[in-house]
Design a protein around this ligand. Sequence first.
Ligand code: AHR
Length: 770
Amino acid sequence: MTPHTPALHIALGEPTGRRASPDLWGIFLEDINDALDGGLNADVVQNGQFEYSPEDRPGWGPLTAWTAQGSVTVRSADPVDPATATHVRLHGERTAASITNHGYDGMTLGAGPHLLELALRRVDEAAASLTVRLTRGDREIARTSLALDAPAREWTFLQTRLELPADVEDAALALELARGTADLDVVSLRPIDPGTGRPRTFRPDLVAALAELKPSFVRFPGGCVAHGLGLENMYHWKTTLGPRHERRHLRNTWGYHQSMSIGYLEYFLLCEQLGATPMPIVPAGVCCQNLPGGPRAIPQDEMPEYIRDVLDLVEFANGGAETRWGAVRTALGHPEPFGLRYLGVGNEDQITADFRDRFHQIHAALRAEHPEITVIGTAGPNPFGTDFEDGWTFAREEDVAIVDEHGYRTPHWFHQNTRRFDTYDRSGPAVYVGEYAARTSRLRSALAEAAGMIGMERNSDVVRLASYAPLLARVGHTQWTPDLIYFTDTEVRPSASYHVQRMFSHARGEHVCGLEVTGAAPRVRGVPDARSVRLRSPGNRVRWSEIAVDGITHPDQVTAADGEEIALPGWGADACEISVQLTRIEGAQGAEIHLGGPAGTTHYTVQLGGWQNRTSVVGRSDDGIGDEIDGPTPLRGFATGVPRHVRVRAELVAGSVRLRVWIDGELAHDVQDRGDPDELVVVGAVAREDGTRILKVVNATAQQRPLEITTSWDGPVTGTAEILAGPDPDEGAPFEAWPHPIGVESLHGRGRLEMAVPAWSFSVITLPAP
Ligand code: AHR
């Protein structure tokens, strides 16, 4: 610690009278990044129902994840169930016919018993037995056989156990018919839980990682997955119940296949196992807007049936066995109700007339029939902007109980927004921060999230619920980073953000405490320190001509597709003006103009022709992490050989930057960046009913800080500090576990405590009641 390091002082006060929401910290489980099949789902067989298709992903089909030998044909006539019609026919003639499943990345199985289940139909009497083998390369690890003695031409469900002598990785499951002809479908292989003797539904190590988060609630099934890409892709809960082969499969929004092996019943069971309140999200009668032609609404004549489905969901979760859907739940093996309290309607929907209309119908029906259910509305994909504003206005008009806000933003944004909820209206709808993450898996992001969460907790009279997103990601199969928990077949890799979530959840209190903090000087980073102008065109070759920066002309330039930049002096004074003509020589998009420091430092980006050459965006980047601050704005795309004129003006106004962009003479962007300071040292405190005080301290600076905590009571003070810290804020990476142990320190004092808060750290300091 240097003598110049400014000391921090926290005067810990008494409970303010504001209660902390008991449901504040939860999780959001969506089928993205192979979170379910290939993840939580304990079944190691991939595509066990042969339903994969090129619509899921180009190149995929019924035999994806399988290899076939001998005479094997794909068919769909006379299926087990029309919902999942595709199956295979094995025809053992001179040589055996076999089909081998390779799981997700090869099968990983633990020692012990496993249950193989499948549906089989003998086509002729010669088909007498199916050989089942678990192999690793040329080595056979386990073998059994299934006698086929059911009447021919009828589908039969068969089971057998496979006993594994030891753990095995990279294995495969081979099913072989030596003679005769038989049809095969609905194959699964799951470990048997030694405790219950039943096959597992969920992968235990992933469930343990979720349980360690002690979530108050689980939001499911999405996200984008809930409202779907098109009406035919919408998630309908009723079609996910019952035997696997009767469940309707879906193309997954994220570019793979959803078998629905984890359907609504399993989601509810998982909630129960985690001790968490279920929070299903149903579509608001409209599908996702991110498809050509925009969102579509369920036709009005189908709305009564759809609304009935939503009401039936409440009955399925909570109704007694004497109710129609409570009886369905009972028949599925769960007579006890699931205790549904929250129901989300919609996800990040565009606030269109159709949305308003359909939402209103669903909301009114829920209110009338189930006033006990708290409905959660939606306010667009960003924590600002048109859908955010319109979503909130609509929610107030509708008197929706809670609004779901989403914020995937930079650490800079989180540090600027720690006081965001301090001024929220307490008389309107409450807030659910349903999805948020500070853009990376680095420590810097985790600390920014912690700073944001302190703001949520301090305001948890209005912020009732929050969940990070996405939750799970199978390494090598991700569509979205960062994620909270990365995993392979053999490992669970919690990120730094995971530890932040866990530490908050374990350190809850019932009351928000007052406190006074001195020495936490915020940092103003409104304006880039370094200033230059850089021209780039990653992925495209572009000619830049008639270049003038701050009135000085420059020779023509060509930027290459490899992302090389051409730097020009500029923005020496308060304002900077760039005028340029750009002509694409090669490529499919446009170009970028950067103003400010080089990569890794603060700069603005004017992106011309992003999002498939359809938009322009103004972005800001700090510490190598960027976000849009204006746009995307629709743009007539760039065409090869056609020059476009672009003018950009940046000027300092009241300590922050105003940026304007004209494209072909028309104003496309006019944005004033926010100049608010970054709160880099952030402190919050809660109290438990038993008098325990819990402080949370973020230090997102490079300096270790001496900390003194004074309490309102005299006499001995003891406590413990749990500390997440790292030597470098850029430590931590997607797909990897946070590499440092979480520290624990004991604290002792009289009337006050002292400790050193490490640089780049998040500390939870627990002080039992005196
Ligand atoms: O969390 C990933 C996605 O982000 C969610 O599906 C969606 O709601 C948001 O856009």
